[in-house]
Design a protein around this ligand. Structure first.
Ligand code: SF4
Length: 719
């Protein structure tokens, strides 16, 4: 079917012609609003003030979402929005990792804003079509497809009830349909946003952003995984959003100083060629190179984060994944990425589910998935991980959330909170790969215990407790969620700073805000509360900036310049920070320095915190962590590392463990660790300019230039 055939055979529900104009220094200076309920489409001006205070990407998303929603808007209310924005540097092709977009919504899991970053081509294509952000509001009464066509300067909405839902089938079909007829290469100019059948039946639905892999001649998918944005897409009855651009071209952002960007790009590419094989092997193993490193440092989640390593972890080490990944193909998820970590398993024959027997391309697994669909469930079988990775992607659910759910469910099963009667016959002991796969397929069909598991850990704790199946306090301790979002895949017990890096996040425990385990636990570079607080100020702010400007974080520090260790602050990778300052200025014509990056992020970070407060969250109590993230919950857990914990009791707590029962020792250790976490909160809040209750102080907002009346109104009663 061609595009013309599609248009003839599908009812056109709305049409919005617009006047295309070239991007000016990274900005279109307008966003687009689409209401899929009443099918109103209109443009909004992006003002100078919006650019100055919110930059782009997540900043634009938050600003638009704040304006569109009320403090009590629920995730499935019509006024909730999905907002997508790439940022001013999104879409350049001369520096690695410059195609990321951020998606935001009121999350079905957390009831606060969730932001999720994603590769693939849709973020840049939205800009090329003429818009700095896309807002989708309302709820459609029928299945629809939204189409952006740059050539025709038009946005259209079509009825699309006959289209499939699962992303690998849908995206491939839509690349075929909307590419210019008979022009295989034009598939490169199409990108599709979609979710999948499991997003219909769960709260952990995610978005897939497609791109056409021109070497493989296959459509591939990258994910905005966290917080259930795909569930919101499906709740709005959107099957797909398609963008078709004229060309990708060399300087579509019309930057101020292309040569400066090219120079930094060449420098970085040289580092990749010379250093990647010695440092991270991103180009051959992707982030999956981390799996055995995490196991070696006792940081790999095993059995629902009970342990950090396992004797069978060698079965899922980095070189095992390398043997599955197709080598020597340029695996960038946006044009020009030399880090090329978007590895894939080609021609993988599925053994289960509705696509059994099909040979497919599986995107990943990335590090997170080798744990979440593997070690966390006690499954050390790459074939399980690859197949579950494929199905999570095509069904449209987040591999991280699903894995942490699986770990929780399995620990509940082993403790008698669940049994075969309660799971509808599934024997969900740790290590049972067949049952784990059955459960995943149940979510996609909206059946059985899969419907409960798809609600996420927080809601399961409540359900199990209300049914009288188990002690809520125990489930609170082992349920690895904070703010309603499941933890991503690092054991944080021995790194106090990482505990803060997880539980003090705005959206919930995802490692994109702060990853401090090596600085803190391995290298002991931030031993005091003051130093930890400084790190928990600087790194979340710095990392936030990638999502404002449109960059991928990985090229910042996954490969470092050869002389980086000799710099005064190696953890910050100063040369790469300078690259970003230079590129931002070269795209936009601004004149920021490295402090300017932090300042830009601080404005948006505090805005997001206040957004949470406006919704009844965002206070100290919401930064509490489950004890499993902080220390050993069970006797088995303590005794597995008794030597370490006993030593800490002597050296750090001043308590002699000799002759004491495990229970006594666990109690003392818990008091000590929980107390230290509270002290950390105090130190970090102070450093961030917040009250002891975690509320941004008015004088701090003034200093940032973020004393907007609507923000002051929220925080003033809480000062
Ligand atoms: S480093 Fe990896 S995730 Fe980042 S843009 Fe490149 S390929 Fe994509």
């Amino acid at each position: 079917m061609t595009s013309e055939d599609f248009k003839k055979s599908h009812t056109l529900l709305a049409q919005y012609p617009y006047r295309w104009a070239p991007i000016d220094k990274g900005y279109n200076n307008r966003s687009i609003y689409i209401n899929v309920g009443d099918r109103v489409i209109r443009e909004k001006v992006v003002t100078g003030e919006m650019k100055e205070k919110f930059i782009g990407g997540k900043g634009f998303d938050l600003r638009l979402l704040w304006n569109a929603t009320k403090p009590d808007t629920k995730w499935n209310d019509p006024e909730n929005e999905i907002v997508i924005s790439g940022g001013p540097c999104c879409g350049i092709t001369q520096y690695s990792g410059s195609g990321k977009a951020i998606c935001c919504t009121i999350s079905p899991q957390t009831d606060i804003v969730v932001d999720s970053n994603v590769g693939g081509f849709f973020g840049p294509f939205l800009k090329f079509c003429g818009f700095d952000a896309l807002e989708i509001q309302g709820k459609s009464d029928r299945e629809i497809l939204i189409l952006f066509e740059e050539e025709r300067e038009i946005i259209e909405i079509y009825e699309a009830s006959d289209l499939p839902s699962d992303s690998h089938v849908l995206a491939e079909q839509l690349h075929d349909i909307f590419a210019n007829p008979g022009n295989e290469k034009d598939k490169y100019n199409v990108s599709v946003v979609s979710a999948g059948t499991a997003a219909d039946h769960s709260l952990i639905g995610m978005l897939n952003f497609s791109f056409y892999d021109i070497k493989r001649k296959k459509v591939r998918l990258k994910q905005a995984g966290r917080g259930g944005i795909g569930s919101v897409l499906r709740d709005k009855k959107i099957k797909a959003i398609v963008a078709h651009v004229k060309t990708i071209g060399g300087n579509r952002n019309n930057v101020v100083n292309l040569e400066a960007i090219q120079e930094r790009g060449r420098r970085f590419n040289k580092e990749m060629r010379e250093l990647d094989d010695k440092q991270c092997e991103m180009r051959s193993k992707g982030t999956a190179h981390l799996t055995h490193i995490m196991n070696d440092y006792d940081l790999l989640p095993v059995h629902n984060f009970k342990f950090g390593s396992h004797p069978d972890a060698y079965k899922i080490r980095g070189d095992v994944w390398k043997s599955y990944f197709t080598q020597n193909v340029p695996d960038g998820c946006w044009v020009g990425c030399n880090m090329a970590c978007a590895k894939g398993v080609d021609n993988y024959e599925l053994r289960t589910g509705p696509y059994k027997g099909d040979k497919v391309i599986v995107d990943g697994p990335e590090y997170e998935t080798t744990s979440s669909l593997g070690s966390i469930a006690g499954i050390f079988n790459p074939d399980f991980t690859i197949e579950a990775n494929f199905y999570c992607d095509t069904y449209g659910i987040c591999t991280i959330s699903w894995g942490t759910i699986l770990g929780f469910v399995m620990e509940c099963f082993e403790n008698g909170i669940l049994n075969e009667e309660r799971t509808g016959g599934l024997n969900l002991n740790f290590g049972n790969a067949d049952a784990a796969m059955d459960l995943l397929h149940q979510v996609s069909r909206g059946e059985g215990f899969g419907l409960i598991a798809g609600q996420g850990v927080r809601k399961m704790k409540k359900i199990f407790s209300e049914k009288g199946w188990g002690e809520l306090s125990f489930m609170q301790d082992i349920g690895m969620e904070n703010k309603g979002l499941e933890y991503s895949q690092y054991v944080s017990k021995e790194s106090l700073a990482q505990q803060g890096g997880y539980a003090m996040t705005n959206k919930g425990p995802q490692h994109d805000e702060a990853w401090l385990i090596f600085m803190d636990m391995v290298n002991n570079q931030i031993p005091t509360f003051e130093k930890k607080a400084e790190a928990l100020h600087y790194f979340p702010m710095f990392r936030t900036w990638f999502g404002l400007a449109g960059f991928c974080k990985l090229p910042w520090n996954d490969v470092e310049p050869e002389d980086n260790a000799q710099t005064s602050e190696p953890a910050k990778v100063p040369e790469h920070v300078d690259n970003y300052v230079t590129i931002f200025n070269a795209v936009t014509g601004a004149n920021i320095d490295k402090q300017g990056i932090i300042r830009q992020s601080e404005r948006v970070y505090n805005f997001q915190r206040i957004f949470n407060i406006r919704r009844g969250y965002g206070l100290r109590k919401h930064d509490a962590q489950p004890y499993r993230a902080c220390g050993p919950v069970t006797k088995e857990e303590y005794e597995s590392r008794a030597e370490r914990y006993d030593k800490q009791l002597i050296e750090q707590v001043g308590f002699d463990p000799a002759g004491k029962s495990t229970e006594e020792k666990m109690k003392v250790l818990r008091q000590y660790r929980e107390n230290r976490y509270e002290q950390l909160l105090d130190a970090v809040y102070e450093r961030r300019g917040w009250t002891r209750n975690g509320v941004p102080k008015i004088e701090h907002l003034k200093a940032l230039g973020m004393d907007l009346p609507e923000l002051i109104e929220v925080v003033a009663p809480l000062q």
